[in-house]
Design a protein around this ligand. Structure first.
Ligand code: NAD
Length: 478
């Protein structure tokens, strides 16, 4: 049993003022695995005060000083990558292979951000003005559970690169991953108050960060509904917001694609992270005349998926994070059936032999129309909807007919054609022929998938305010 009963304020592990104990359940077994003591509004305020006090000195540090901190953070996070991977497996059911890879690139990202910072011009000339990019101030960071350590690390690294100080409110469902990361931050000997971490409920600690006048910016990753409430709360103090929200990404298989490759890849693009990924390609758009071939290829791809204990390297689909998420996904599968979609794999109920955890059968629907609930709403579980189209313009129209705009995928043997279609899609990222890793290119959503971009220079700019200084060379204006 893991007991997490401290939060991190001003460089010290302290007992929270809040007294609520929250149970941590292992989703593979459905059994209690630990408890976390949650902070309250008082704790949030103490953390904000520490970040505010640390800001004046930290905002004046040099690139070299912040670069040294990012290097130490990389070293500390890499040293605990194994522990972090196991925490992901046991805390939310992340398959061990992907959890291990993610833990390593979580560490590597501190060096990516360091490089971006070193190459970034913090002072520029624009027409007659000297433009100085200054850190925005105290940043509130609010993150979800589905890849907790990675989201926190990315946001904290970029804030530090900019010279900001932060208060992090992680998901209450990821206390173990978060505890390991906090220990890494402590081991990296950051100046006190630069990074503060308060476990707590969203509507308590998260809401306080979103409303507090001493917080200048919120960087949030999570659901669209909560993102909207944060933006509403923040507007009274004119907070800057970066919102990374939900998605319902289209995966367009053009008629000239290599179906033998692109269909298994499309199944994987939907079921990654047990389907609990904002970038999941959950709408598969295929040419109508290829439907029968697609059906056979999808069935064959699903048959190779091993559902089970995520500790085991052969298992590629683990459980969902908790009972609530399990029930939500079951409800969507039933809605798909009730609305008349054709179930070609999976269905309601747990896979045989896996009744104790929150396991879902990998589920695929055909003959889905884009107005069905399962095609419009983010399910956040291993449920794929196949939608057919007649022409390329119709495929583009269906892909764009969604309130979301986070990501899109295209498969084609004609790169020129794929690039042309990519230009037509309303999405923050478009992947051609597979999923490509790039943690420096901008990431974020159009429409209700969010506001702003993360990663690389675009991400760094979102933690900076431009100040134009005029008359630096002229004696007096004419
Ligand atoms: P969530 O929105 O329920 O919670 C996210 C965080 O917000 C948690 O820390 C939660 O405690 C906090 N929160 C909840 N209510 C709040 C409030 N009133 N004020 C302030 N904070 C509050 O999301 P989740 O269930 O943890 O994660 C799944 C969602 O996250 C999905 O919609 C998914 O698409 C989205 N997501 C988006 C991205 C992206 O980069 N675009 C990445 C991962 C997940």
């Amino acid at each position: 049993m893991h007991t997490i009963d401290h939060i991190y304020i001003n460089g010290q592990f302290v007992t929270p003022h809040g007294e609520e104990m929250f149970d941590l359940i292992n989703p593979t077994t459905g059994q209690p695995d630990g408890r976390v003591r949650l902070g309250d509004v008082e704790d949030a305020r103490r953390a904000i005060a520490a970040a505010k006090a640390a800001f004046p000195a930290f905002s004046r540090t040099s690139k070299a000083e912040r670069g040294a901190i990012l290097q130490r953070l990389h070293d500390a996070v890499l040293a605990r990558a194994g522990d972090s991977a196991i925490a992901q497996v046991e805390e939310y059911g992340g398959p061990v292979n992907t959890s291990s890879a993610r833990s390593r690139y979580t560490a590597a990202m501190f060096l990516d951000v360091k490089k971006v910072m070193e190459e970034h011009a913090f002072v520029k000339t624009v027409n007659t003005a000297k433009v100085v990019l200054e850190p925005v101030g105290v940043v509130g960071i609010i993150t979800p559970w589905n890849s907790s350590a990675w989201f926190i690390a990315n946001k904290v690294a970029t804030a530090i690169a900019a010279g900001c100080t932060v208060v992090v409110k992680p998901s209450e469902l990821s206390a173990r991953q978060n505890q390991i990361l906090t220990e890494c931050f402590h081991a990296a000997q950051l100046p006190p108050g630069v990074v503060n971490i308060v476990n707590g409920r969203g509507d308590v600690v998260g809401a306080e960060l979103s409303a507090h006048p001493d917080v200048n910016k919120i960087s949030f990753t999570g659901s669209t509904a909560v993102g909207k409430s944060i933006a509403r709360l923040g507007v009274d103090t004119m907070k800057r917001v970066t919102l990374e929200l939900g998605g319902k990404s289209a995966n367009i298989i053009l008629d000239d694609a290599d179906f033998e490759k692109s269909i298994p890849a499309a199944v994987q693009a939907c079921f990654m992270n047990n389907g609990q990924a904002c970038i999941s390609g959950s709408r598969l758009l295929v040419p109508e005349h290829k439907l029968e071939q697609v059906k056979q290829l999808v069935k064959a791809a699903v048959a190779t998926i091993k559902v089970g204990d995520p500790h085991h390297p052969d298992n590629t689909l683990g459980p969902l994070v908790n009972q609530k998420q399990f029930e939500r996904v079951q409800r969507y599968i039933q809605i798909g059936i009730d609305e008349g979609a054709e179930l070609i794999a999976g269905g309601v109920g747990k896979p045989e032999g896996l009744e104790s955890g929150y396991f879902v059968q990998p589920t695929v629907f055909m003959n889905v129309t884009n107005n069905m609930t399962i095609a419009r709403e983010e399910i956040f579980g291993a449920v794929l909807s196949i939608i057919s189209y007649k022409t390329e313009p119709q495929a583009i129209e269906i892909a764009n007919d969604t309130p979301y705009g986070l990501q899109a995928y295209i498969s084609s043997t004609n790169l020129e054609r794929a690039n042309r279609v990519a230009r037509e899609l309303i999405a923050g990222r478009v992947h051609i022929n597979g999923i490509h890793d790039d943690l420096i290119a901008p990431f974020g959503g159009f429409k209700q998938s969010g506001i702003g971009r993360e990663f690389g220079p675009y991400g760094l700019d979102s933690y900076l305010e431009p100040k134009a200084i005029l008359g630096t060379e002229a004696q007096y204006p004419r």
